[in-house]
Design a protein around this ligand. Sequence first.
Ligand code: BT5
Length: 262
Amino acid sequence: MNELDLLNLLSGLGLDETRYFEQIGSTNTYAQEWILDGGDDHSLVVADEQTAGKGRLDRSWFTPRGAALAFSLILKPKDIPDVREVLTRYTALGALAVCDILTVNYGLDARIKWPNDVLLDGKKVSGVLAEAFWMENQLTGVALGIGVNVYKDAVPETAPLVFPATSIEGHFSGRPDRWILLREILERILFLENTIHEKNFIPQWENRLAFRGEVVTIFGPSSEVTGIIMGLDSIGKLLIELPSGEVIAIQAGEIRIRPLNT
Ligand code: BT5
């Protein structure tokens, strides 16, 4: 792939500027600098390989050469009803777009491990990192970063994993085209972005949740809870029914989920 071919492939989507790198540290770090440097809404940075890919909470994300999708889309939300919801909704936007495409276009049973992972057959195939950048209480932009393990080589073998990983290739008969997949996911993001403040947005996310109705343990920074995943509340917090019958809502971003039997 080169930048010109990528531009051709993505033409008609309505993106602003697109930049392509054979190798980069992290597309999200690049997008952050680009936002500071005046990067416009719907600017896109794509890399074949990341040498310092980022997960949440200072974790790292593995993107070897030639095997995965790694990209960050700059979004500049215009209407933000509640700033506390920004990261929740943009994380959901990325995960839902990937999940929808894998389900509808590739016939795969994709599910979202709340809040930001997409699973195939219970294993992580994609991760989303939405980062919001602020200047004096003004949101300057969101870097919506998405990594997808397309081919088997993308699956980390040696990196310490908090959850089992897989690739699309491992579940699909044939070898999906990485760049067509990129176009499909972007198209879905741009479509869903228009619905992000609608009432039905969170229920769509909820419909794709993994482990719903199952007992899971949720690891927080300093404690853990075990309970049944009931769904999401109206702003996307995860609802867990505790053994006592009490239902609690858990805030995005600080937890990991494991089904009880893993
Ligand atoms: C995520 O974090 O899942 C967010 C990953 C976002 C990656 C994209 S790639 C484009 C953009 N640029 C970036 O620098 N980042 C974004 P988290 O839920 O914290 O999961 C991180 C954990 O996933 C790591 O600690 C590993 O255990 C595991 N992991 C790392 N690489 C993986 C891979 N390729 N496939 C599956 N699991 C992986």
